[in-house]
Design a binder for this molecule. Sequence first.
Ligand SMILES: C[S@@+](CC[C@H](N)C(=O)[O-])C[C@H]1O[C@@H](n2cnc3c(N)ncnc32)[C@H](O)[C@@H]1O
Length: 214
Amino acid sequence: MALVDIAKETGDVDRTHGINQVLKHFKENKYTVNNVLDLFAGDGSFCSWLLYSLETKDGNLPNIDHLELDQELYDKLVDRFGRHRNNCYNVDSYKFIEDPSKLYDTVFCDNGMWDHEYFNVIPYLTDFFLGAKYFIHNINVRPYNGFKNNSVWGKNRSEFYGMKDTTDCDPEDLMEATYQRLKENNLDVNYGVFFPRELYNGHIYLYHVLWKIN
Ligand SMILES: C[S@@+](CC[C@H](N)C(=O)[O-])C[C@H]1O[C@@H](n2cnc3c(N)ncnc32)[C@H](O)[C@@H]1O
């Protein structure tokens, strides 16, 4: 599937280009996972369902816990993944990660925008990571819909990235700032790599980033 331009294709389009590139990277590097945390699962239909193609050492399906706050989406999520497993939680992810009852080797943070970016997840990663560690999240380099630096969202971005103007950024610069925040939270980063995810009016505004943590 090619990259989609969400300004032009507003219907029910396949948005899996980015996550498929991430999964290809896992396959090419022979990375295996076991316990995966899907922090913002929605109903699972956009990308989360593809996490089940991640490989495990023993060839079984990975254990994936899916979290979703919205009741309606959660009900669909259970229908999709949780009818025979106890693996879907109707919770606030930020609360859940304050006191997780399990450890995970992989965190998929398909964060939304506005006040739902990945920034507040980072301080908790140290506490619940186990063994090999992979952190996947979204980076928005050019927020659309009238984004303003002086909005609440804009101020959060400026604080996290250490930049006054985050209206139109290079992914490398946002990754460098994210790398610093990971280091400040005692995460020993092996490397980070980004994958184009979606276009808006011909410009890649959204990337997936994968961090491998030692
Ligand atoms: C980008 S969508 C996720 C799409 C999903 N990964 C998929 O493949 O279909 C982000 C989701 O996060 C949920 N969300 C937002 N804030 C949340 C929170 N604090 N806790 C749990 N879920 C939240 C939203 O309801 C939304 O469904």
